[in-house]
Ligand binder design. Structure first.
Ligand code: DOR
Ligand code: ZN
Length: 367
């Protein structure tokens, strides 16, 4: 029997970049257009979001731009955070987590941390653990070439940067066994295996402490797709076909520690076509759920889609009905459409959406 409609309930995208100013006005409404009810917002603005006042104002701005979207907010891990601030933010429900960017690995990460030594942040992690806040990890080590051949020093580059980060994840989990951690936008079979290993004795989803998000674009892309095409360039970069297979298998597995986070990261088209270096980020917000449905359909796993884009993320973040600003539900419907070549606000911003010009077989509706 052909299925033409699937109830997805309250959907969530647990990794969203919406920026500020004109770009924010353009992309914030696309969260809802893309079939997403609950969005976890990244703090890598310039300067980064590190104060209570800023995060509250940012949320107010977003809420005005999209009144029916439930926004979950985050702080940017930096020396400006204190355990007192964490306690206060948690008490007010102002943030759900703290995002950690190793310095230099991606867009707006210059104010980030040294991933070789997290001990300076242990008082923060302790406060987060006590308050049930989530630590979101951009899991990459910064690139370094050991051309001088120093013993014991390794080359780190975009292809192994995630693998090289995984021991740091294991150590954080060991030192803070009750801290909820998300390895964001994982891209390798090795990362998937690490998350599986950590969760091998889990009996009930409520016991999960370490989870991973998987993006829509990493379910579609491999290295060949971004080498030569800046629109598909993001961090971490898409890897090998074997890695993509591991990501798809994890996404459709029905395992509650893998859930959706689009890492939709808008950049103006001109920043994707500079001679002097291009911005990392794929913009997938406007058709977020459709892109994922395409892959689940190809793998005969549409029956697992709701778990991946709704149940598992909401459970891990402990989001209840009372936390939602709207209880409208999302429906996936079989309906072909072509992704536009570009998206513009008509006032100077133009962007190329993920899979521009390609046909998708699924769309979303609200009810
Ligand atoms: O490709 C990316 N773009 N990866 C990130 O981690 C950040 C993001 C952005 O903010 O543009
Ligand atoms: Zn991101």
């Amino acid at each position: 029997m052909t299925v033409n409609e699937i109830d997805l309930g309250v959907t969530c995208d647990m990794h969203v970049h919406v920026r500020e100013g004109a770009m924010c006005e353009l992309v914030t409404p696309t969260i809802r257009e893309g079939g997403v009810s609950v969005a976890y917002i990244m703090p890598n603005l310039q300067p980064p979001v590190t104060t209570l006042d800023r995060v509250i104002k940012y949320k107010e701005t977003l809420q005005k731009l999209s009144p029916k979207t439930t926004f979950l907010m985050s702080f940017y891990l930096s020396k400006q955070l204190t355990p007192e601030l964490i306690n206060e933010a948690a008490k007010l429900g102002a943030v759900h987590g703290v995002k950690c960017y190793p310095a230099g690995v991606t867009t707006n990460s210059a104010a980030g941390v040294d991933p070789n030594d997290f001990t300076g942040f242990y008082p923060i992690f302790k406060a987060m653990e006590a308050n049930n806040l989530i630590l979101n990890l951009h899991g990459e080590k910064p690139s370094v070439s050991n051309d001088s051949g120093v013993d014991g020093k390794e080359d780190i580059h975009v292809l192994n940067a995630e693998s090289k980060f995984l021991p740091a994840l294991a150590k954080l989990h060991q030192d803070f066994p009750n801290l909820k951690i998300v390895l964001e936008h994982c891209t390798t079979a090795e990362a998937i295996q690490t998350i599986e290993n950590i969760n091998k004795d889990i009996k009930d989803p409520s016991e999960i402490r370490v989870a991973a998000t998987i993006t829509a674009h990493h379910l579609h892309l491999i290295i060949d797709d971004w080498a030569g095409n800046p629109i598909n360039f993001c961090k971490p970069v898409a890897k090998l076909p074997s890695d993509r297979r591991a990501l798809v298998n994890a996404a459709v597995s029905g395992k509650p520690y893998f859930f959706f986070g689009s890492d939709s990261a808008p950049h103006p088209l001109e920043n994707k076509s500079k001679h002097m270096g291009i911005s990392a980020g794929v913009f997938s917000q406007q058709y977020a759920i459709d892109y994922v449905a395409e892959v689940f359909d190809e793998h005969n796993a549409l029956d697992k889609l709701k778990d991946f884009v709704s149940t598992f993320g909401l459970n891990f973040y402990d989001i209840k009905e009372k936390d939602l600003v709207s209880n409208e539900k999302v429906k996936l419907i079989r309906k072909q459409h072509v992704v536009p070549e570009s998206i513009t606000d008509g006032k100077g911003i133009t962007m190329a959406p993920f899979m521009a010009g390609q046909t998708l077989n699924w769309s979303t509706e609200w009810n």
